[in-house]
Write a protein that binds this ligand. Structure first.
Ligand code: FAD
Ligand code: SF4
Length: 510
């Protein structure tokens, strides 16, 4: 729950159908929606923020990874793309993805934003245009490098390996205050150190007078001519989604921030709204991730250390970024090879293990989001392009060589067609000599974008670079769906910077 005394409603408090009348209604309380809510209330606007998920308090976090996913993630955390099958997680909770993410904050590189501007006819989305917005969010959330005392051996051994090979690396900047290095970001920060939206931007919006309604699912945006009128939907029970009372919010502006897999579905279910360009639900992109587990000769005590405390941006221009990682052992076990005694021996290695991952820029690997006939869960298709398989293979090899440079005894690469365990740098050479197919690599994609992309040309994009829909005077989109192309680094801070700019522009027009 939030620490603010404002007007936050939870499921048990709804006892009838209701309607609201506001300046702006914001759909979705993730990082992007939460920023818009605070900034608009600061500008004196009447705001209501609608969130389908419930709020969580530390006592409600589940350390058991599977149970946690069942409660905080859409489709129980088992959502996956078809075409190339890849798991992808989206949260359903007050605060959206910020509740379960690792709090890594990165500004998009200037060369990426320059390409956004050139290829998508944008005039003011360079790094220097966005820096004031990054700065505002960074200051509010206390975004800072992860200090050494909470890194732990799991993170520091990555730095040692990078140093040995001459690859640059740095502590991750994160939106935390007082992190104790518990490595539990994925199941929710019991220390309340992670500045997820439910304890940062949303309480600030409440203090500014916003109304925040949880357990409400927006099902439709209502429109008339070139203007939208507001949204309507149902109150839904936490965890089951069982619908009950109906609601309607009339607003002078609607801001969709439901996430890049939900916003296109809401538009499609609202009579294919805002889709004169034909781009709603198209261009789905991910940063597909691969991970390797390394086993060291001595205990690493991986349960201690910031969940993702170290990173390397050394290979961004080659198409990948490297990070350290931790997750509940039950989640890690899903990706461990073997069974019976062999599997037990692997589990026993966990105290000596570290996991490092790579996320790849794959703008050639495209997919789409389509509404299902019933409900608001999306059908997702996505195809990992052959050239992007090569990037992932290079990233796997690079992780392997860093592990051995850091002193690992063996690595478990999690790649079909090569041995389950590799014991030296020369054995790991197979990662670059073996010809990998997309289906050989176990990927996961929790960074998703581009399904309502911005474009200077209204016939080729859904929104302009401020997030306003080309087709409507007062319909805006704030989530990561508006990215024109993947940002090559963790997306949250960029999403929030763009949302900050959107809110300023919208506040002037309201
Ligand atoms: C496990 C994990 C780890 C990650 N780690 C990082 C990281 O360290 N750094 C980083 O930069 N990024 C990270 N990400 C990605 C990051 O969390 C997302 O990019 C970010 O949360 C996207 O913000 P958003 O506001 O666009 O959408 P979301 O955070 O998805 O928020 C959308 C919200 O809208 C709500 N909603 C959806 N449909 C409706 C509806 N119909 N009615 C009402 N409400 C609705 C959802 O319940 C949700 O709360 C991670 C993601 C995951 C899953
Ligand atoms: S590592 Fe632990 S203390 Fe630090 S932000 Fe994550 S959950 Fe909170």
């Amino acid at each position: 729950m939030t620490d603010a005394a404002g007007d936050l409603r939870v499921y048990a408090e709804y006892d009838r159908d209701f309607s609201e009348e506001v300046d702006a209604v914001i759909v979705g309380s993730g990082p992007c929606g939460a920023v818009v809510a605070k900034e608009l209330t600061d500008a004196g606007k009447r705001v209501v923020l609608l969130e389908e998920g419930p709020p969580f308090t530390p006592s409600e976090y589940e350390l058991d990874g599977a149970l946690s996913m069942a409660r905080t993630m859409r489709e129980g955390g088992l959502r996956a793309t078809r075409g190339t099958v890849m798991p992808t997680m989206q949260a359903i909770a007050l605060g959206g993805g910020s509740l379960v993410n690792s709090a890594i904050c990165n500004r998009a590189p200037d060369f990426v934003l320059d390409r956004w501007c050139t290829d998508f006819e944008l005039e003011h989305t360079t790094l220097s245009d966005l820096d004031p917005h990054y700065d505002a969010v960074g200051e509010f959330l206390g975004i800072a490098p992860t200090p050494e005392n909470v890194q732990g051996e799991r993170n520091l051994s990555f730095k040692r390996g990078c140093d040995a090979l001459g690859y640059s690396s740095e502590p991750c900047l994160r939106n935390v205050r007082g992190c104790r290095g518990s490595g539990e970001c994925f199941t929710g920060c019991r220390m309340r150190a992670k500045q997820s939206m439910d304890i940062s931007y949303i309480p600030a919006a409440l203090r500014g007078g916003a109304r925040v309604l949880t357990s409400v699912r927006v099902e439709e945006v209502r429109a008339d001519g070139h203007r939208v009128l507001g949204v309507s939907g149902r109150v839904v029970a936490p965890f089951t989604g069982r619908p009950s009372h109906r609601f309607r919010v009339n607003a002078r502006a609607v801001v969709l921030a439901a996430g890049c897999m939900a916003t296109p579905v809401i538009l499609q279910k609202s009579g294919n709204l805002a889709n004169r360009s034909g781009q709603v639900g198209e261009n789905l992109q991910f940063h597909p991730g691969v991970a390797i587990m390394g086993v060291f000769p001595d205990p690493v005590h991986p349960e201690f250390g910031a969940t993702q405390g170290y990173q390397s941006r050394h290979f961004l221009r080659d198409g990948f970024k490297l990070e350290t990682l931790w997750a509940p052992p039950a989640v890690l076990a899903v990706r461990m090879p073997g069974s019976g005694d062999a599997f037990k021996r692997r589990l026993a290695q966990i105290p000596c293990a570290a996991i490092w991952d790579a996320i790849a820029s794959c703008p050639r690997s495209l997919g789409r989001v389509r509404a299902r006939r019933r409900g608001l869960d999306p059908n997702l298709t996505w195809h990992l392009h052959r050239d992007d398989v090569l990037i992932l293979a290079q990233a796997l090899w690079t992780l392997a060589e860093i592990f051995f440079a850091a002193g690992a005894r063996s690595i478990i690469p999690g790649v079909h067609g090569i041995p389950d365990e590799l014991h030296s740098r020369s054995e790991a050479e197979i990662l670059r000599t073996h010809s990998l197919k997309a289906s050989d690599i176990l990927t996961g994609g929790n960074h998703a974008f581009c399904t309502t992309r911005m474009h200077g040309d209204p016939s080729r994009g859904v929104v302009d670079e401020n997030g306003k829909c080309h087709d409507y005077e007062n319909l805006w989109i704030a989530d990561t769906g508006i990215f024109p192309r993947c940002p090559s680094v963790n997306p949250m801070w960029t999403g929030m910077a763009l949302a900050h700019r959107l809110a300023q522009t919208l506040a002037e027009r309201l």
